[in-house]
Design a protein around this ligand. Sequence first.
Ligand SMILES: Cc1cc2nc3c(=O)[nH]c(=O)nc-3n(C[C@H](O)[C@H](O)[C@H](O)COP(=O)(O)OP(=O)(O)OC[C@H]3O[C@@H](n4cnc5c(N)ncnc54)[C@H](O)[C@@H]3O)c2cc1C
Length: 406
Amino acid sequence: MDFQTSAKTQDYLSRIKTFMNEHVFPVEQEILAENHRLNPDGDWTQWRVPEAIKTLKLKAQEQGLWNLFLPDETLGKGLTCLEYAPIAEETGKVIFAPEIFNCNAPDTGNMEVLYHFGSQQQKDKWLTPLLAGEIRSVFGMTEPDVASSDATNMEARIEEDGNELVLNGKKWWTTGLGHPDAKIAIFMGLSNPENDKHSQHAMVIVPLDTPGVEIKRMLTASQDFDAPYGHGEMHFTNVRVPKENLILGMGKGFAIAQGRLGPGRIHHCMRAIGAAERCLELMIKRGMQRVAFGKPIIKLGGNLERVAQARMAIDQARLLTLNAAWKIDNLGVKQAMTEISAIKVVVPNMLQMVSDMAIQIHGGAGVSGDLPLSTFSAMARMLRLADGPDEVHMGMVSRIEINKYR
Ligand SMILES: Cc1cc2nc3c(=O)[nH]c(=O)nc-3n(C[C@H](O)[C@H](O)[C@H](O)COP(=O)(O)OP(=O)(O)OC[C@H]3O[C@@H](n4cnc5c(N)ncnc54)[C@H](O)[C@@H]3O)c2cc1C
């Protein structure tokens, strides 16, 4: 295994760092305040994207800092998972930065689905505008009425009717649904209940303005609507789409989901490592500069050990993530199931611990909106559920381990 950063990564990383230092960190608080002003809680239909984000998107695109997540040489930047990891880490330091580089979830995962499994017609119609950052997309797998950590529980239906597919069911936690540019959903549902349990589902592209698609509400996550992205509840009632919108084929949903969640998890984890690095940096700077009981706070209580604990935990999580990325690149997603599941558990838990330490050292400021710490803390908590809860991933790791001795 070789985790040495390639010349290509070094080049993009230094350009991303310059961009973040010049254009993102200095205006972070301003953009967050503007976002808050534009998007008051309540009426999500009026949510808007701050102009500054649109301007930064254009600037990033002009500088070629765009679609870095996609391994394709022409459509993306030809970076492998391992090469992209340090770049994702840097963008993870500011909550809205990934969108500036067109590298934000869930669009990246959806673009990967269309790139790997979409027909040429689907690519022309939806992948092209997604790659251009002109439209946004959502992914509908989780359902309110069944335990969705077991995806085989899914009740939403996809049925054939002549040249059309008919969709019925409820989805929730569809991230990005409130975004003013959200135009399509990738809907996963039961298409072939007669097949074996991993060949029963399909994925279909559904334009959000199709009759029968109803957005019931936006959910809050830890009391935050997460505007302008949002997490929606959607109902599908006799929604008809042409068969050309079916991705790959009936019964192929699980095969696609496995491909989607591999690299996508690396992206989430690398961004979370960047968030943890930022927490540690803020924690040290604050601890050294603020004095209590005659000493810098960093020297009080167990704070020095906390700094060491944070450094060790971040580096362990990063190495585990790079290892998973290397395996995905060199052996494929199927051979990296332990590593993917492991980082899905380790990284959010690490961020939860580090962000909590950073909050504590900051006192009241730690939970204020003046700093990103409480946002990262909430993000860590949610990442322990999104893409499947910790327990399901640990179940995967233990199954693979035990099978070695059967
Ligand atoms: C912020 C956020 C964004 C999300 N975005 C999306 C999205 O864009 N699209 C989408 O489709 N979904 C999304 N989700 C949904 C997420 O993937 C699900 O919440 C998750 O898969 C769990 O499903 P569930 O909520 O139905 O929990 P349940 O399946 O009801 O599970 C509840 C709990 O049961 C326990 N449990 C379950 N299985 C096991 C097991 N095998 N062993 C031990 N304990 C177990 C766990 O403690 C688990 O947390 C998002 C969630 C959040 C919080």
